[in-house]
Design a protein around this ligand. Structure first.
Ligand code: NAD
Ligand code: UDP
Length: 327
């Protein structure tokens, strides 16, 4: 952890998004200077409003698929820029693909020009609808390259390829994190992912929409745990030269998640079952052995604990009174 002591100048692409804004907070908290680059496609100014007057923070509004503006030199670049919610990334699939390929290449070139360390936010989606369970990093995945999710999955796979090509040719110190489903405050209420959908529906007293039978599984990681892991991967001295899974191995069916939400939000309407979207993965659970060994990292916040601050956040956002149940 030697280089954590030196103040660094860091670019966070996608820094106005859900995870990116928490990452900006954490890096500023370590005393670094942070430049947040974002096109506000799915991010929100509100996520970074509290940082506006921080002397170490600045914002650049730009799209990473365009030639990048001049921003000075960086010691580190984190690339989190990409819509992550299926309805959002499928809205303009070509732009999603270009963000993962052209945008990642633009940032890798910037890292090479700056001799900056680079971290690519990849995803469990690169495993597709997995035939191996739980998923270790050496599982090569099962992605339908022509389906509606491919614009995201294949863009993220290409982003990994580019990162490892730059690393192999010795241009930069690139690292790749495969993030599994992450939730917490600052997800957008209209984001479309399961945690934000169920909580906002429950708070509004609406029906909870479950796609398919609800027997499909996901493993949900609280955002603070994830950000701690991302920074640990960036800050270890030796490049692991392998992607690293980060996620919470606690695996839940979507029905179980809905039950947990309903137990905490009494106003919740009943569950309604809608058709399952094409290529929706049936199960997903990270094998985090590598993160444990390389980073000494494991999640600390179980789903039942992380739901509470998340519900409280959405209640405040929606202006709905909500009190956590007394134990
Ligand atoms: P998010 O949508 O909240 O944040 C993404 C941010 O990137 C937004 O602020 C958006 O405006 C910005 N962005 C998108 N395209 C851009 C472009 N072309 N140029 C500049 N900015 C752009 O999503 P998130 O959940 O915070 O995800 C952050 C990163 O982590 C993404 O790369 C995502 O693929 C990855 N990830 C997230 C999860 C998860 O469960 N949240 C899981 C796996 C991977
Ligand atoms: N899902 C659901 N209802 C919703 C939103 C999503 O049942 O309102 C399901 C979705 O079909 C998937 C799971 O919940 O099986 C997780 O979906 P999400 O979009 O959060 O993440 P991803 O599929 O990318 O893991």
């Amino acid at each position: 952890m030697g280089n954590t002591l030196k103040q660094k100048r860091i670019l966070v692409a996608g820094g106005a998004g859900f995870i990116g804004s928490h990452l900006c907070d954490a890096l500023l908290g370590q005393g670094h200077e942070v430049v947040c680059l974002d096109n506000f496609l799915t991010g929100a100014r509100q996520n970074i409003d509290p940082l506006e007057n921080h002397p170490g923070f600045s914002l650049v509004q730009a799209d990473i698929t365009d030639p990048l503006p001049s921003m000075g030199n960086f010691d580190e670049i984190y690339n989190l820029a990409s819509a992550a919610s299926p309805p959002k990334y499928q809205k303009d699939p070509v732009h999603t693909m270009m963000t993962g390929v052209v945008g990642t290449n633009n940032l890798l070139e910037l890292a090479a020009a700056n001799a900056a360390r680079f971290l690519q936010a990849s995803t469990s989606e690169i495993y597709g609808d997995p035939l191996v369970h739980p998923q270790p990093e050496d599982y090569l995945g099962n992605v339908n390259c022509t389906g509606p999710r491919a614009c995201y999955d294949e863009a993220k796979r290409a982003g990994e390829t580019l990162s490892f090509d730059y690393l192999r040719r010795g241009s930069i110190d690139a690292r790749v994190v495969r993030i599994f489903n992450t939730y917490g405050p600052r997800m957008q209420a209209d984001d479309g992912r399961i945690v934000s959908n169920l909580i906002t529906q429950a708070l509004r007293g609406e029906q909870l929409t479950i796609y398919g039978t609800g027997q499909q599984t996901r493993s949900f990681c609280y955002v603070d745990d994830l950000v701690r892991g991302i920074i640990a991967l960036m800050q270890i001295d030796a490049n692991p030269k392998t992607p690293v899974n980060l996620g919470n191995p606690g695996e839940f069916t979507i029905n179980e998640l809905a039950d947990l939400v309903m137990a905490r939000v009494p106003a919740a309407g009943p569950v309604v079952y809608n058709p399952l979207p094409q290529d929706d993965p049936q199960k997903r659970q990270p094998d985090i052995s590598k993160a444990k060994t390389l980073l000494g990292w494991e999640p600390r916040v179980p789903l039942v604990e992380g739901l509470e601050p998340t519900i409280a956040y959405f209640a405040l956002e929606l202006g709905i009174h909500w009190m956590p149940a007394m134990n």
